[in-house]
Design a binder for this molecule. Structure first.
Ligand SMILES: O=C(O)C(=O)C[C@H](O)[C@H](O)COP(=O)(O)O
Length: 213
């Protein structure tokens, strides 16, 4: 039986969730295997490209050791399509009750995106306490997360947007940060070259990033 996932267990799996943009279905399986080989098995494949859904489907079938989810889930239809393609979780850039309801109905743990206190309150009202802070660096970064520790002490974040291997440790050291998200693990030119070893190396470095005790 597939393991029971929650938004928190997805966030706790590795220090970094790779945000992946795929334009060629033929890249999907080798890319997923390369990340898994480097110790990163929770993979967020965005629905930004039309190939996103078929790539999720290919990875779900061929790489069972990966936990593949859908990113850029912006409405209920995206959530349903992601679940049908075999996604195990969903990530949204923002939050609406309709996306929250659709993910719940489809059985998909959701990491909803927020960038303001009002959005946190709306997500919490609908039962979500594990949130993506997007776009993290652009919307206030470390200082914003520290400010939220007061009023929203129970909320745990995955900051995404502008995170790099250099600034990731500073985010991961915050008590309300469980993991970070970032696109640097799967660079477009590396994908196009088919340089899977480079992706494994980037994954290994990301998997080794320290989290707080
Ligand atoms: O497509 C989505 O659903 C998003 O929410 C956007 C991504 O999370 C960020 O674009 C990643 O940011 P970078 O690591 O700075 O490239």
């Amino acid at each position: 039986m597939a393991e029971q996932l929650t938004a928190l267990s997805i966030m706790q799996d590795a220090p970094v969730i790779p945000v992946i943009v795929l334009r060629d279905v033929n890249h999907a399986v080798s890319m997923a295997k390369a990340l898994v080989a480097g110790g990163i098995r929770v993979l967020e494949v965005t629905l930004r490209t039309p190939q996103g859904l078929p790539c999720i489907e290919a990875i779900a079938k061929a790489v069972p050791e990966a936990i593949v989810g859908a990113g850029t889930v912006r409405n209920a239809a995206d959530a349903r399509a992601a679940a049908s393609a075999g996604a195990r979780f969903a990530v949204s850039p923002g939050y609406t009750t309709s996306v929250g309801d659709a993910c719940r109905e489809a059985g998909l743990p959701l990491l909803p995106g927020v960038a303001t206190s009002s959005e946190i309150m709306q997500a919490q009202q609908d039962g979500f306490n594990e949130l993506k802070f997007f776009p993290a660096v652009q919307a206030g970064g470390i200082n914003m997360l520290k400010a939220w520790q007061g009023p929203f002490a129970e909320v745990r974040f995955c900051p995404t947007g502008g995170i790099t291997p250099t600034n990731a440790p500073e985010f991961l050291a915050l008590k309300n940060v469980v993991c970070v998200g970032g696109s640097w693990l799967v660079p477009t030119d590396t994908l196009e070259r088919g340089d899977w070893e480079h992706i494994t190396l980037l994954a290994r470095e990301a998997a080794a990033l320290a989290r707080k005790d």
